[in-house]
Write a new protein. Sequence first.
Length: 255
Amino acid sequence: MNGNAGGNLQKKYPLSKVQRGIYFESIQSPELTNYNTGYKMRFSRRIDTQKLRQALLKIVNTYPVFRTRVCEENGQLLQYEDTSIHIAVPVEKIPDEQVEERIRTFIRPFAIDRDPLTRFLLLETPKAVWLLQDMHHVICDMSSAAQLKNVLEAVYNGQEPPEEVMSLYAYAQREKEQQDAGWYEADAAYYREHFQGAAASRLPERLSENTGAHRILKFPADKAGIDSFCREQQFSAVWLFMAAFELVVARLSRE
């Protein structure tokens, strides 16, 4: 990997701790799509496809994250906006019965150290217009992917893309500065004190010789009730679901 790929001299930022983990796992298993953040939107035929495409391009050209490149420089993993990357939004016309197959083939592995980490495709069928989005998880999560729908609606209706509250690059930079200032070590000491002696459940390294498929399981949840419970107990919803996950792991591992 070349730290100045293509002669690009854009400012570079560190990867966050989570990003580094995703990057290394992706490099180790480049054939998998576990870290693809795929999202689809269905619109009626009343939508103006070209206007939708132009709105999407305006969003893509506004936010640097879509053109993120990961590189290695002096032994450090860095990320930056590669302004030489062109994110296309092609339009394909297909029959309605071919939509599911086209969605399936649209999701494919990223070469995280070489490929642009963003893909879009518009599908026109006799009954609908589909927008397919696929971004690597190192720069996008499902919440961000879903949020694009709200921004796209606003831009399609003539509004300007909103300013970012905090960019991915700024977040990673702040994390690095906090780590250098000793915040992480203080936090680690707190958790070592409170969880000293607690055993963590472990799943077998390999449950099967066959490579699994990535699936998303959705179930309804009472968000208001969950938020209320977490406020009363004074912890975040993240910790609640992490505890639930630990219970599932413990049962699977019989620990």
